[in-house]
Design a protein around this ligand. Structure first.
Ligand code: PLP
Length: 471
């Protein structure tokens, strides 16, 4: 490799400044263009693939044109979660401070495996985790860490529960148990639990899907009987995973009842509040999460309703010692190996990106009040959607405290055809899902700048799709 080739990777300060400015302008332009354009992609994929093939990595070029090309492809080649009429899955339009955090983390590229190498970054993350834990009602002894997302945080919970249930799990895995270890979540839960059971080595059959009560919440009586029946038959219940903010409907399982069932039976109680956990920010709405403070562990994703950039979840627990015993790793080559302090001996990951800065900067400028206003705004937008559609005969299938609406079209319209019609129009993005066994149109307010006009546009698009797909 010549010196010239290497300078493309590590340019001069002057070039860095020029390309940084160039990229900032391109991104700002794309940000504006996205909000004016369709929510769904309009890219000619065949042309895009042909252009992509030209990058054979033998011929090289300047950075500016490839930056510009990349931004343009993304501007036209994605479903835009950062469009104010994306009423979609829990993917947010990211806060601007979180985007700044990504730039800072990329520039310093700190290794967060140990506190010795990155003391400031590790301390910032720990500070944010403590603040979120306290806001959720945990005592000062709660600890935790940032994860890549909710699935990793939930996986962490299961490994902790297994380790807590049986100290021999560390050495012998599932073989340590006298009977098959099982855990309990509702049938409206997020299905990553199946992958998690598989990865943890206890098998997908270990996930017990508890019946719901007809309104999308775990049926506490059914939960208790299932656990007791499993015990009576020699299986080993290890964890109850309640959901606070179900994926399809934003419903909250009966947390206090679940906590009590877990306490009486000596089982780990986890709350998957991946999306709904952000409700802790709102003084008005946080009461809906009562009981979360009784959990042994909690998942809250920053990259959902806290609207950081992607790949940012949180795992919080009151059992720091269990976390350390589940993830410790003796070695003599890392700069330090301090239980409860060094992230790599308390979590699934080893090398770690500085994820927590995204929430730190966002909280530092908006505070809990700013985030409270953010979640209240989402809930208000979903209230407007309901008010617009119910008089036209649409039925709301869930009774939401959060910002998800499950809609049944008037006269039993074809949900999938309606969703295809709306999404195909590019006017808005909604999804087809099921709630309590019924097909529904799912709309979730995820964008912090969705306005009443955007809601009206979605309501009109849904109503027109209903008419167009009749028969
Ligand atoms: C309730 C719930 N738990 C867990 C997850 C998985 O989170 P992630 O996609 O961040 O891994 C999701 C994702 O939507 C979810 O809704």
């Amino acid at each position: 490799m010549t010196a010239q080739d290497r300078s493309a990777l590590f340019p001069t300060d002057a070039d860095r400044e020029r390309w940084d400015d160039f990229l900032t302008r391109e991104l700002l332009h794309a940000h504006r263009a996205v909000a004016q354009g369709p929510v769904t992609p309009r890219l000619d994929l065949a042309r895009f693939r042909a252009e992509l093939e030209k990058y054979d990595f033998r011929d090289t070029g300047d950075l500016e044109p490839v930056l510009s090309w990349t931004v343009a492809q993304l501007e036209h080649g994605l479903v835009h979660v950062n469009h104010p009429r994306y009423f979609g899955l829990f993917n947010p339009a990211p806060t601007f401070p979180a985007q700044c955090a990504d730039r800072i983390a990329a520039a310093f590229n700190p290794q967060l495996a140990t506190s010795t190498t990155s003391p400031v970054a590790v301390a910032i993350e720990a500070h944010v985790i403590r603040s979120v834990a306290q806001r959720a009602g945990f005592l000062d002894d709660a600890t935790g860490h940032f994860t890549t997302g909710g699935a990793e945080a939930n996986y962490t919970a299961l490994v902790c529960a297994l380790t807590w249930a049986n100290a021999q799990f560390a050495a012998d895995g599932a073989r340590a148990f006298d009977g098959a270890p099982m855990f309990y979540t509702s049938k409206e839960c997020h299905l990553a639990w199946l992958k998690i059971a598989h990865q943890a080595g206890i098998g997908r059959a270990a996930v017990r899907f508890v019946a719901t009560d007809g309104s999308g919440r775990m049926d506490a009586a059914a939960l208790a009987s299932l656990i007791d029946a499993d015990r009576a038959e020699g299986r080993v219940p290890v964890m109850i995973a309640a959901t606070a903010g179900t994926t399809n409907a934003g419903m909250i399982d009966p947390l206090i009842a679940c906590a009590e069932i877990a306490r009486v039976r000596g089982i780990w109680f986890h709350v998957d509040a991946a999306w709904g956990g952000a409700l802790i920010a709102s003084d008005r709405l946080r009461g809906a999460l009562a009981g979360i403070e009784r959990a042994d562990s909690v998942t809250i994703d920053a990259h959902k309703w806290f609207a950081t950039t992607m790949g940012c979840g949180m795992f919080i627990t009151r059992h720091g010692a269990v976390l350390s015993s589940a993830f410790h790793a003796a070695n003599d080559f890392m700069p330090s190996n301090v239980a409860s302090l060094d992230p790599y001996v308390n979590s699934v990951q080893w090398s770690r990106r500085f994820l927590g800065l995204r929430l730190f900067l966002s909280l530092a400028v908006a505070g809990w009040d700013g985030y409270g206003a953010h979640v209240e705004h989402s809930v208000a937008m979903i209230g407007l959607l309901r008010a617009a559609l119910e008089p036209k005969g649409w039925r709301v299938a869930n009774e939401p405290t959060m910002a998800v609406l499950c809609l049944e079209p008037p006269g039993g319209g074809n949900v999938r055809a309606i969703v295809r019609h709306v999404v195909g129009s590019g006017r808005a993005w909604v999804s087809a899902a099921s709630f309590e066994g019924r097909e529904i149109v799912r709309a979730c307010a995820t964008h912090g700048e969705t306005s009443p006009d955007d809601v009206t546009e979605l309501a009109n698009a849904l109503q027109e799709a209903r008419e167009a797909t009749r028969l």
